[in-house]
Design a protein around this ligand. Structure first.
Ligand SMILES: Nc1nc2c(ncn2[C@@H]2O[C@H](COP(=O)(O)OP(=O)(O)OP(=O)(O)O)[C@@H](O)[C@H]2O)c(=O)[nH]1
Ligand SMILES: [Mg+2]
Length: 382
């Protein structure tokens, strides 16, 4: 019996020892568990490496010509641009549209309403000739269809406005250079019309469409002008060729073309200094810029930027610029909030070239391809 208790005691002791051994044996595992607990800290390191890698991306991209901005600064798609066009031209924002709608809101088109319509169209710079044509056509049409219906008046006005603006013209930008040389877009106009801003906005569109673009800062009057262009360019990863302040603008354009040909870009866009059309020396200089560029490559598009708010004066400018450089397209800037949207019609007639682009604000995506139906619909929208 004693032996039994002795054996039992031995077994219990053995179990105790084994338990203690296991417990103690586990304890040494705790320290490794602590480093394991530090793993998150270690994991932080790879984690921060990842963050660093993310942070490091922009510098890495800097070597590829400021790509990060091209990635982050995504131009607005055409569809929402058009929605904005509608908003900016609609009656709530645009005095021209407001004038048209108030006339159309009349119960009946009596003599006074016709006079009001005529006055609205003329003050919107549609021009006397086009206004008379439009009013005569409307009166003809509405006298057949029954006079008093404002909806019929709106439909007729839409048809006639569209006819005056024209739907046949090719409004695409011509920028296909011959034999692998870049297309060249030369941008001209009087001071402050929106040339540089338009080029900035246009660069974004071209880049978004997958074109490679080079900008030429051939406005050497002010260093700030080249800086302004550079700011626009850098946002979408587009390089700017610039010269010394006060240098020869033609030679900057020439250098840009040389670089554009060498690097094989699709299109070179040349910004020029604003110049009064009445200063013949400055106009001669513009002619020279174009001739010098054409030693390298044909200028495929000459865009005249006209500020829509300047009204009839825009026509006078257009005439003189067209004599010096063959204008191939018009950019009507500052149409947002302008009561002068009617200038589209006389300026196209005067020059025989279409409005191709319209500026609708100071924002980077406030430029739209001019689409007559969208333009007229926006003007006549409720
Ligand atoms: N509201 C509005 N402002 C515009 C538009 N386009 C340009 N602007 C503004 O007009 C001003 C002149 O624009 P710029 O692009 O510097 O004009 P520019 O023709 O290059 O001027 P110069 O080089 O000095 O002849 C700036 O304040 C622009 O933000 C537009 O479509 N709408
Ligand atoms: Mg400028």
């Amino acid at each position: 019996m004693e032996i039994f208790w002795f054996v039992l005691g031995g077994i219990v002791l053995a179990i105790l020892v084994a338990t203690v051994t296991i417990l103690v044996g586990r304890n040494p595992e705790l320290p490794p568990a602590e480093p394991a607990a530090e793993l998150p800290a270690d994991a932080d390191a790879p984690g921060s490496d990842i963050e660093q890698a993310t942070d490091a991306q922009p510098p890495a991209d800097e070597t590829t010509g400021g790509e990060p901005e091209a990635v982050t600064d995504v131009p607005e798609p055409a569809a929402t641009r058009l929605a904005r066009l509608r908003r900016r031209l609609s009656a709530s924002n645009n005095p021209f549209a407001r004038g048209l709608l108030s006339v159309l809101a009349a119960d009946r088109m009596d003599a006074e309403a016709w006079d009001d319509l005529e006055a609205t169209l003329i003050s919107a710079d549609l021009g006397v000739g086009p206004t008379e044509e439009l009013v005569a056509a409307l009166r003809r049409e509405l006298s057949i269809d029954g006079v008093a219906d404002p909806e019929a008046a709106r439909r007729a006005l839409r048809t006639e406005l569209l006819r005056l603006v024209g739907t046949d013209a090719d409004r695409s930008l011509s920028m296909r250079g011959a034999d692998g040389v870049p297309g060249v877009i030369l941008v001209v106009g009087v001071n402050g019309t929106g040339k540089t801003t338009t080029i900035g906005k246009l660069s974004r569109v071209l880049v978004a469409e997958g074109h490679s673009v080079l900008l030429a800062a051939a406005d050497t009057f002010r260093a700030a002008a080249a800086d302004q262009l550079q700011t626009w360019g850098s946002r979408v990863g587009v390089e700017v060729v610039r010269g010394p302040e006060g240098g020869d603008p033609a030679s900057v354009a020439f250098d840009a073309l040389a670089q554009g040909i060498e690097t094989g870009v699709d299109v070179v866009v040349v910004d020029t200094a604003g110049r009064l059309h009445t200063k013949s020396g400055l106009m001669d200089e513009l002619g020279k810029i174009k001739r010098v560029i054409e030693r390298k490559a044909p200028v495929t598009e000459v865009l005249l930027v006209i500020d829509a708010t300047t009204g009839q004066n825009g026509l006078a400018q257009a005439r003189v610029f067209a004599e010096v450089v063959d204008i191939t397209g018009i950019v009507l800037s500052k149409l947002d909030g302008s009561a002068k949207g009617g200038i589209v019609v006389p300026v196209q007639r005067e020059l025989g070239v279409p409005v191709k682009l319209i500026g609708l604000g100071e924002g980077p995506d406030d430029l739209a391809v001019f689409e007559p139906a969208a333009f007229v619909d926006a003007l006549l929208a409720e």
